[in-house]
Design a protein around this ligand. Sequence first.
Ligand code: SF4
Ligand code: SF4
Ligand code: SF4
Length: 283
Amino acid sequence: MSAKPKVAFFDFTSCEGCQLTVVDALQTHLGLLDLIEIVEFREAMSEHSDDYQIAFVEGSCTRASDEERLRKIRKQAALVVALGACAHLGGVNAMKNRWPIEEVQTYVYGESGKEYYESYMARPISAVIDVDVSIPGCPIDRLEFVRVVQQLLQGCTPKLPDYSLCVECKLSENACLNKLGKPCLGPITRAGCNALCISYGDGCEGCRGFAPEANLDYMRQILEEQNLPAEIIDAKFTLFNAYALQEMGGDAPLAGNGSPNGSRRRSRKQNWPRSTFASPEEA
Ligand code: SF4
Ligand code: SF4
Ligand code: SF4
């Protein structure tokens, strides 16, 4: 019998880009395959097994049936790793939480189609089960994935940086985009990607989630001083972090809300009350 830890990969609501990044990482780090035995990985193999110790979970929980599947994985796995922004934060899937689920379903599937597709508000998997480790990013960084696997195999618990992306950005000697009038969410975003987007000339969109104690109000002020319309600022804040803002309730520094087609607006003081979001039980 193999003494290698048995590893399984699972996908929930996602684009599967993080799993593809894992396949990429395994191709360039073949030595990892000497250390683990992959027993389930729909993206890369047809075999299935319910016998595993480490579960990597990609994707958000977006429907009631996901919960039972997540709990089954949690019951089996000694370690559960959230793989990527969808699993870690709710990610882009949680943008829909800004509007009533009925409205979103109609917008996406039409009146006749919505009854066939089970859906409720999108959440990170940590909203349903305990998560031991998260690998942030959209998609994940393949070298960070390799590092996490190595640390887990050594019995260590990988830690995420607890400071903002600006630290890494300055170490990379980038010119500050916000100072040049180009929006960047680096000041409120958790470090760890080595300021990847900024190094290629684009502002950070926050895919690694909020840094601890991020000053969201000041970030909003910076973006307002760049004369960005309120809806663009809201869109930036909620691209990856809609669920986190939702959990903050009325404290979220958003200016507006509206229907998926933008027809309905709310004042800043009314924004993002918990009641705006459909609860799983209501869906
Ligand atoms: S985090 Fe991004 S790349 Fe990964 S599954 Fe979600 S949408 Fe795709
Ligand atoms: S470009 Fe963005 S990440 Fe870099 S220092 Fe400026 S605000 Fe921070
Ligand atoms: S710079 Fe921002 S958006 Fe780009 S990879 Fe890093 S955290 Fe994600």
